[in-house]
Design a protein around this ligand. Structure first.
Ligand code: AMP
Ligand code: GLY
Length: 422
């Protein structure tokens, strides 16, 4: 098959790594890709949100399947664009329809969906500028801290957790007045949940589903989960505290009703549901849905998947996922993100990266990298994810940390405490 993968991060390098291992993969194109995907696939300089150009490319190159990495093209409706175009409707897109992507694209949609299907999540209300006063009253009635969420996509920055009610009111007003652009025209205020977070990844063809390896990521820039939020500084899989009993609850209370809810609403969904969960008093509760895989979670989930990913995608496209089985590696995997100095705030690009070739016992998934005059240079905040296997996450981490010291670029930073809370 000829495949087109959309995206340019470590997640997409991991997808490319896994897909090119399939005997059914004839050619893999990545739009736009990075210096890592360039080594194993063909990068093409197309914007994943430019559906017209993506469509033309698919016709010209006889693409058999499109796999969507990031959320934005999904929320903008790439699935529907292909389905509604006579030249493209036979090319399956792995990812949900525009309506399905609302699980991530609108917090208000996701909260209502969970309420309708009795899926455990924090109590909430939604507000716009029209009922700002009610918002203030609601804040007065809430215990602190107060959780404010921009309804729409805000590049991972749309959630504020504030200890002070006055600050929360101020923040609500600023959000509704456009702090995150149109994404915060509506704001969800919800109950603060106290517990430990983990993530579950579900692949569905809309009827049946498979559960992929679970993971836990580390979002804050600073050790001990302090400082600003990032896209993710590291991840581990499996999650030691996620025992069979908790997993059974996740499946029966969250996964099953989610898939049934999508069916019930006749929402086309052929892709990933990434469920961000928190354990509160032994019970799983949903923090958020994403309509795609996580980054850097993909860099630990796919290395533990023994089954042929392309075979699974083909079954998703054909609606025969039920007939597939999935095999998971018993070993643990962890990943450590090397990031640019200053990230997640301002940082410089174009720093030469050395040492990649010297790494032999970790997988090097490149994220913000580019080729420049024969060298690989930094081209983003998150630069390289170093993934290792081990008998447990500690053994795996030891390898990643050994190799984190071998790869160098000016300003290199990484968290030295991934897994500290496990
Ligand atoms: P989200 O974008 O919804 O995943 O939120 C980003 C982060 O904010 C989550 O990973 C949590 O750490 C935190 N968070 C979101 N909602 C809540 C909540 N209701 N209670 C506690 N923490 C939350
Ligand atoms: N690592 C979190 C995310 O991909 O949303």
């Amino acid at each position: 098959m000829n495949l087109l993968l959309l995206g340019s991060g470590g997640r997409e390098h991991a997808f490319a790594w896994k897909l090119t291992q399939s005997q059914h993969c004839k050619q893999l194109f990545v739009a736009p890709g990075n210096a890592g995907t360039a080594q194993i696939a063909n990068n093409i300089p197309l914007n994943p949100n430019d559906f017209e150009s993506i469509g033309q490319f698919c016709v010209k190159q006889q693409i058999d399947m499109v796999i969507v990495g990031p959320e934005e093209p999904l929320v903008r409706g790439i699935y529907d664009f292909f389905l509604e175009n006579k030249d493209l409707h036979n090319i399956p897109v792995i990812g949900p329809s525009k309506q399905g992507a609302q699980l991530e694209g609108s917090k208000a949609f996701a909260k209502k969906f969970m309420a309708d299907y009795n899926i455990p999540t924090a109590a909430y209300q939604e507000f716009t500028l029209e009922n700002l006063e009610e918002g203030y009253q609601f804040i007065d009635q809430q215990a602190t801290p107060i959780v404010l969420k921009a309804d729409g996509l805000a590049a991972g920055k749309g959630v504020l957790i504030l200890d002070d009610r006055q600050e929360a009111k101020q923040a609500l007003k600023e959000m509704l007045e456009g702090k995150f652009g149109a994404a915060s025209n509506k704001v969800v205020i919800e109950e603060f949940l106290d517990g430990i977070e983990f993530s579950v990844f579900v692949l569905t063809d809309g009827n049946s589903y498979k559960i992929l390896p679970v993971a836990k990521d580390y979002k804050r820039i600073g050790e001990g989960d302090t400082g600003l939020n990032t896209g993710g500084m590291g991840a581990v899989s499996p999650v030691p505290f996620l025992d069979d009993k908790l997993m059974e609850k996740v499946i029966s209370n969250v996964v099953e009703p989610t898939i049934k809810g999508l069916q019930d609403r006749k929402i086309a969904y052929k892709g990933f549901v990434f469920i961000g969960l928190i354990r509160v008093d032994g019970e799983p509760m949903v923090i958020e849905y994403n309509c795609r895989m996580g980054d850097p979670e993909t860099e630990v989930v796919l290395p533990r998947l023994k089954s042929d990913l392309l075979g699974l995608f083909d079954a998703v496209a054909k609606g025969t996922l039920e007939e597939q089985s999935i095999e998971i590696d018993e070993q643990a995997a962890c990943t450590v993100m090397l990031v640019s100095g200053g990230y997640p705030e301002a940082y410089e690009k174009g720093k030469e990266i050395s040492g990649i070739k010297e790494v032999s016992d970790s997988l090097v998934f490149q994220a913000g990298t580019a080729e420049k005059e024969g060298a690989i240079v930094t081209n983003g905040g998150r630069v390289i994810a170093l993934t290792s296997y081990g008998t447990d996450f500690k053994a795996a981490l030891e390898l990643s940390y050994k190799n984190a010291a071998i790869i160098n670029f000016e300003g290199k930073n990484y968290r030295k405490d991934i897994g500290f809370d496990l």
